[in-house]
Design a protein around this ligand. Structure first.
Ligand code: MG
Length: 254
């Protein structure tokens, strides 16, 4: 199943993808819902971020090759930070380069979408909390991340959390899904979820040990090596095999 959130004249609505069409839902994916008879061609609808999370939890240095390129080792336990909900944008929305930063990087990541209220869950049961997966770009003001000493500002600008294009409920990251980033059709990052240091179940359990996870919350699982600069006018695409592609254009506010 692939859940989308689409713009409609009467406001955002959830749907499911069936072949090249979207079937709108009565309700939403996080509670009981039914398919309606309202159908639109997929290429005729504007896709929104597939979810509006109460919080976006993220993990740093969760691929050894990226930890190495940042000049460090893999942490002994997950290194968790958060992005505000105001950073979330959807497919084809613009990533804005802020005037406060001179170095903004892309980070292609697999994102986990939480399906149910979850608190203090053991690792063995943690995947029961997961509704599905989508693509994310953990856009980062690298200069501010380093200068500030903590990451709230560098990771938290408006537009710094593209999500989409949909929530796929069938993929299994433990099988090793390719995670890539292309900038203007040049491959910058090419990794696989087989190389996650802490896997999805471990990350969900770790986060649920300190914060209640709510339906729709999102967990970014870290980025493989190859992060680099985004510049005004770039087009950046995150691909996670088995899920799809998330493309955004970059616009400067500098
Ligand atoms: Mg990241």
């Amino acid at each position: 199943m692939r859940y989308v959130r689409v713009a409609r004249p009467d406001g955002p609505a959830f749907g499911v993808v069936r072949d090249d069409h979207v079937v709108l839902l009565d309700g939403h994916p996080f509670a009981e819902h039914e398919l309606t008879d309202r159908v639109a061609p997929l290429d005729s609808v504007r896709l929104l971020a597939p979810v509006l999370p109460s919080k976006v939890l993220c993990v740093g240095k969760n691929y050894a090759d990226h930890a190495a390129e940042m000049g460090g080792d893999v942490p002994a336990e997950p290194l968790i930070f958060m992005k505000p909900a105001t950073a979330v944008i959807g497919p084809d929305d613009e990533i804005r380069l802020p005037a406060l930063s001179t170095s903004v990087h892309h980070e292609a990541e697999l994102a986990v979408v939480i399906g149910r209220l979850t608190r203090r869950v053991p690792v063995e049961r943690a995947l029961e909390a997961v509704l599905g997966y989508t693509c994310a770009n953990d856009v980062t003001a690298r200069d501010l991340q380093k200068r500030d000493g903590q990451w709230t500002r560098g990771k938290g600008f408006d537009t710094f959390c593209p999500l989409g294009p949909w929530i796929d409920t069938d993929v299994d990251p433990s099988t090793g899904l390719g995670v890539r980033c292309e900038v203007n059709e040049t491959v910058r990052q090419d990794g696989t979820t087989a190389d996650l240091v802490f896997d999805v179940a471990q990350l969900v359990a770790y986060c649920a040990a300190f914060a209640t996870l709510l339906p729709g919350d999102v967990l970014l699982t870290g980025t493989p090596a190859g992060v680099g600069e985004l510049r005004d006018g770039d087009t950046v695409t995150v691909t996670v095999d088995g899920i799809g592609q998330l493309t955004n254009r970059v616009v400067s506010d500098r």
